[in-house]
Ligand binder design. Structure first.
Ligand SMILES: Nc1ncnc2c1ncn2[C@@H]1O[C@H](COP(=O)(O)OP(=O)(O)O)[C@@H](O)[C@H]1O
Ligand SMILES: Nc1ccn([C@@H]2O[C@H](COP(=O)(O)OP(=O)(O)O)[C@@H](O)[C@H]2O)c(=O)n1
Length: 216
């Protein structure tokens, strides 16, 4: 069984998915980390981030591995852990350029679909494109200002600069960020993190909530 939690940048996808996954006793998958890792490798190798052939050739010679641990996902490039470097402002700025490339999206999708279920998957297109047959789908939103206030605890820039960057990234990500028609949309603005987690758990089918998560 797969639960998808999509949404806009800094809407709480990763924190909420972690809480929901822990409550269900399953792993969660942060798809955005693969886009971030591809971007980091591209920046380090001074590649043109608009060039899918250059990026994919580099990814083939420098394979990435997503480790979907319950306490937080990690990304490895062979023996090197990239996780701590994936949330820098320079990766934030480049990632939407990389994520718009269909060839890169196909590369990420193939890695995600190869992971064994059950799990909670979070990102932009988990419920629409990657796992359209998921057992339950959610989509998180919040105003740009609230999201910038939250992210200000995690970035060196001030709230107005973060808000402007989030609005810009929302626009670049717009195509792959549409909610699934059958997703439950949750405005996280008035809710605490735990409030969002409980809202989702309360809306899951009973067979999932009871912790009896089937493997397919
Ligand atoms: N409902 C909420 N209320 C308050 N803070 C939240 C809420 N949801 C998430 N946060 C905080 O906002 C920040 C961004 O959340 P995160 O899970 O990284 O979002 P995303 O994965 O969508 O980018 C984190 O510091 C997280 O603790
Ligand atoms: N399923 C996904 C996940 C992320 N992404 C891209 O990866 C970027 C980073 O996503 P993320 O979920 O790690 O980070 P935030 O947008 O939550 O800050 C997004 O801005 C998108 O460009 C995507 O296109 N599709």
């Amino acid at each position: 069984m797969i639960v998808t939690i999509d949404g806009v940048a800094a809407s709480g996808k990763s924190s909420v998915s972690g809480g929901v996954a822990r409550a269900l006793g399953v792993p969660f998958i942060s798809s955005g980390l693969l886009y971030r890792a591809a971007t980091l490798l591209g920046l380090e190798a001074r590649l043109d981030l608009h060039s899918a052939p250059a990026l994919l050739a580099h990814l083939h010679t420098h394979p990435l591995r997503l480790e979907p641990l319950a306490q937080g996902n990690r990304v490895w490039q062979e023996g090197r852990e990239l996780t701590d470097e994936l949330h820098s402002s320079r990766v934030d700025r480049g990632v939407s350029v990389v994520a718009v490339l269909p060839e890169v999206r196909a590369w990420v999708d193939a890695q995600l679909r190869a992971l064994p279920s059950p799990f909670v998957a979070e990102g932009r297109d988990m419920g629409t494109n990657v796992f359209p047959h998921a057992g339950a789908k959610f989509y998180l939103t919040a105003s740009p200002h609230i999201r910038a206030q939250r992210r200000a605890h995690e970035r060196p820039e001030d709230v107005p600069a973060i808000e402007a960057a989030l609005i810009h990234r929302d626009e670049l990500d717009r195509v792959q960020s549409a909610p699934a028609a059958d997703a439950v949309v949750i405005d996280t603005g008035p809710l605490t993190l735990n409030g969002v987690i409980q809202t989702i758990l309360a809306q899951l089918p009973e067979r999932l909530r009871s912790g009896q998560v089937p493997s397919a």
